[in-house]
Design a protein around this ligand. Structure first.
Ligand SMILES: [Zn+2]
Ligand SMILES: [Zn+2]
Length: 199
């Protein structure tokens, strides 16, 4: 079953086709927190109470946009950081991708994956990884067992797309050139400082 994907206001819509690889994870890193701060969505939390962002790690070829693609833009916290995609209409975070589309990976952010049925659990299984817990704003339960196995599965799937050439099926990048569909907005040092928490 396809899992619906949309921004909060409904301009950008799509779905995630049943993935041969998907892993739910929670990332507590400062950069993910900075991205959430950048989007400024008070009252509609991207972050959990410990500053974690729940993501569904999967292959970009499973992500399909069906309307509103014009609204999809990306930013980066630095000139070499991940591309962080979001819907510009309502600042809903969509997902993070590496800059090199040959590394076929996207970390979809829970905010764009409608919480109506099917649940994230049904579509993508349980949370199997917690990342960067040192930057959490409190004690995080230790890494779930199976984290390393999950990571190896992701790496295996990413390498498989490289070999088969299916990495070119990626809605965030232009097929053959590998350029992102939108020019990333890179934050200046001052902007970056403003969205990065210092504690
Ligand atoms: Zn929107
Ligand atoms: Zn992170």
């Amino acid at each position: 079953m396809n899992h619906p994907l949309q921004c909060k206001c409904g301009t950008l819509k799509g779905y995630v086709s049943p993935p041969d690889m998907a892993n739910r994870a929670v990332c507590y890193c400062k950069d993910c927190q900075a991205f959430a701060n950048f989007l400024e969505r008070p009252g509609d939390a991207v972050l959990d109470e410990l500053g974690g962002t729940e993501i569904v790690a999967t292959l970009p070829k499973h992500v399909h946009f069906t309307q509103g693609l014009d609204a999809l833009v990306c930013m980066s916290l630095s000139d070499h950081g991940l591309l962080r995609w979001y819907a510009s209409c309502c600042n809903t975070p969509i997902g993070n991708t590496p800059r090199d589309f040959k590394i076929s990976y996207v970390g979809l952010i829970h905010s764009c994956l409608a919480k109506r049925a099917p649940s994230l659990q049904e579509s993508f299984g349980p949370v199997r990884m917690v990342l960067q817990t040192k930057s959490a704003k409190g004690q995080v339960k230790s890494t779930p067992i199976g984290s390393l196995v999950s990571l190896l599965k992701i790496m295996k799937a990413v390498i498989a797309t490289r070999i088969s050439g299916t990495y070119k099926h990626n809605p965030f990048f232009i097929g053959d050139s590998g350029a992102p569909i939108k020019q990333p907005r890179e934050l200046t040092k001052a902007e970056r400082a403003r969205v990065t928490s210092r504690d």
